[in-house]
Design a binder for this molecule. Sequence first.
Ligand code: GUN
Ligand code: FE
Length: 426
Amino acid sequence: MEPFAIWGNFIYTEGPEKLCLRPNSVAVCKENGLCDGVFDRLPDRYKGIKLKDYREFITIPGYCDMHLHAGQYRNQGRGMDMQLIQWLERLTYPEESMFRDLDYAKEVYGELTADLSEGFTTRAAIFSTAHTKATLLLMDELERTGLKTLVGRVNMDSNAPDSIREQDAAYSLAETRDWLNQVRDKGFLRTQPIVTPRFVPSCSPALLKGLGELAGETGLPVQSHLDENRDEIEWVRQLHPNSPSYAAVYDENGLLGPRTLMAHCIYMTDEECALMKERGAYVVHCPTSNTNVRSGIAPMRKYLDMGLHTCLGSDISGGHTLDMAEVIRQAIGVSRALWQLDEGHPAYLTAQEAFYMATEGGGSFFGKAGSFQPGYEFDAVVVDDTGYCQRKDAMETRFEQLIYRGRDSMVVDKYVAGECAIDRTI
Ligand code: GUN
Ligand code: FE
């Protein structure tokens, strides 16, 4: 691609502790789609390259939505008075079973991808459903958006109605291998597969073992759910009485490693925290979902302090919106609620930490992404904050208001790994 530069006002992090605010600066995207850094002015060696003028606006690396269920898109905002297990049985499984119908899948996945591509999200880790054809269709749609995504065909052969449950481990594994072969043949540039055991109760011991072997063999990343709800945890204990913990069940099957995303992690024991840390696995915090279906509050500040990898997810449709600005606000809000309710709790999340989790925290799962540091993939989201801010406002103010007032509709332009990833341009 042609190298180009953005002239604007940049907000990004260099690790969880450093927020960089760079007004009236220039970020360069090299021909390989990598960022060369943020400069006070265009370096001489880049004289003559295309310079896009976004000085009115602010530019951020974009948000990474590290946990969402594409097959639940239509259910956003429905069933918000139920808790996890009832919500799965009454609302979620019936909706997901609809995706055996490819016309339905095309309609819904078209809406989802349009929604994702218009907003703050640059990268995502996505669950589809237990349907191979619909998952491939979703991947085709996502590839067109320009976003970088990981997509998992969901494995579930136990404890679900026949309408959505796969008949046994052998079938589930064979379908998964077939799906992976088809994905390979498609040669996607931006859309990659991720091994996706739904959660421990949905998977027979043979399926967990087979998926762990598959992940080991292929080196593919893994995503699942962990310690979301107290009844769920008790259920896992009964299903696996000889395992020391819920996290240990994944670990015993080779499913916990540095390329693993575990959604929720609200009730991790000290042993589970230590195991997650040792394996280098990621905690995906989903505060909108955790509040809606009353799962609880994950102690994210504690996890950050422990040095666990942390990031954020919309978890639609436990979560009610794809708008990561809302997820960030709730991450900050629930963390403060936890601090207020529990005097022993160390501290609460700052806006900067939540922003870090949404950008670099999630981006690091893709390699070097989610920041404008040199060598990072050039992801940039241009945000029109002029509805409430003025150019003369301090960058500190623009950052705080981005956090508290940001919404997807403010996005005016978007690049992922240097490629334009939005239809609307100013
Ligand atoms: N645990 C197992 N499946 C699901 C799901 O679809 N959503 C959430 N939030 N938790 C789950
Ligand atoms: Fe989920």
